[in-house]
Design a protein around this ligand. Structure first.
Ligand SMILES: [Zn+2]
Length: 284
């Protein structure tokens, strides 16, 4: 009886973090998004390969079990997985970074992470303000090779990515921006780190993250200031990946060019944040 209770308790704590979302492990056709950006993630977890003649950049290693899937996607597109020279992430949550140790081991890539997310990455997820030590949220501690600060560039060949600190969802949540040329035209790309308030996030009087509400406000200010033509994010559902991919196959204008979609997504997420703030604030 006691053992049964312990097993159930463990399942509940780890289940909260591990949340077996079947879409996270469901394969998805790898595809070119625009310019030298390719989608190599699963149906539910976005991962991007940015190619250059000098080697490639991978954004998001996802779950540890995702790594063979990402590798297969990279190879299906005709690129070599071992040409990945730089590994980046959207933020320090296991669904975007648990595979990083394995990617580093297989490719020797340099791991570059925003300063405020570095302690958690190097502690394998321990110390996260929300998930702490819940077993499903932990991963292999991974050494960061370069600590990034807001506005810094990551350069490989002629590809330049800019790291923008968009905190709140994690303390070092990172939105990546870059420019691509698609059909002869230049476009601004934004890969959103996460604007979401997860279930259970304490926005008011949070002793483990006192400035969380301020950070969310900063994040929305930054996202609204970014020029964006091509809208991408840490999960495909931020930007309607599946529907856009389906339209891509029909030809015509690249459906990933969606400046209005970006603006309305950011506004809608900001409204959701403000509503949650109001809900959590003590009424006067
Ligand atoms: Zn997250």
């Amino acid at each position: 009886m006691l053992i049964r209770a312990v097993v159930i308790a463990l399942a509940v704590t780890s289940g909260l973090a591990a949340q077996a979302n079947p879409s996270w492990t469901e394969p998805f056709p790898p595809h070119r998004v625009a310019g030298n950006i390719y989608y190599v993630g699963s149906k539910g977890l976005a991962s991007y390969l940015i190619t250059s003649p000098e080697g490639h950049i991978l954004i998001n290693s996802n779950l540890e079990s995702s790594v063979p899937q990402i590798r297969a996607s990279v190879e299906k597109l005709g690129f070599s997985f071992t040409d990945i020279k730089i590994l980046l992430i959207s933020h320090a949550h296991w669904d975007h970074c648990a595979g990083s140790a394995l990617v580093k081991q297989l490719t020797g890539a340099q791991y570059m992470v925003m300063d405020a997310d570095v302690p958690e990455i190097e502690a394998g997820g321990k110390g996260n303000f929300q998930y702490g030590n819940s077993p499903g949220s932990l991963y292999k501690p991974t050494k960061v090779d370069r600590v990034l600060y807001d506005g810094e560039s990551v350069t490989l060949g002629d590809t330049v990515l800019t790291a923008r600190l968009t905190p709140g969802h994690t303390k070092g949540c990172t939105t990546w921006t870059m420019k691509v040329t698609e059909a002869g035209e230049p476009y601004d790309v934004v890969i959103v780190g996460s604007p979401n308030v997860n279930a259970g996030y304490k926005l008011v009087n949070n002793p483990l993250y006192p400035r969380i509400a301020k950070d969310y406000a900063t994040m929305f200010r930054v996202l609204k200031s970014l020029p964006c033509d091509i809208f991408l994010g840490a999960h495909g559902d931020y930007y309607g990946m599946e529907a856009k991919f389906a339209r891509m196959k029909e030809g015509g204008v690249n459906p990933f060019i969606d400046p209005e979609g970006y603006q309305s997504y950011v506004s809608e997420r900001e409204r959701a944040f403000r509503a949650e703030m109001k809900r959590q604030s003590p009424s006067k």
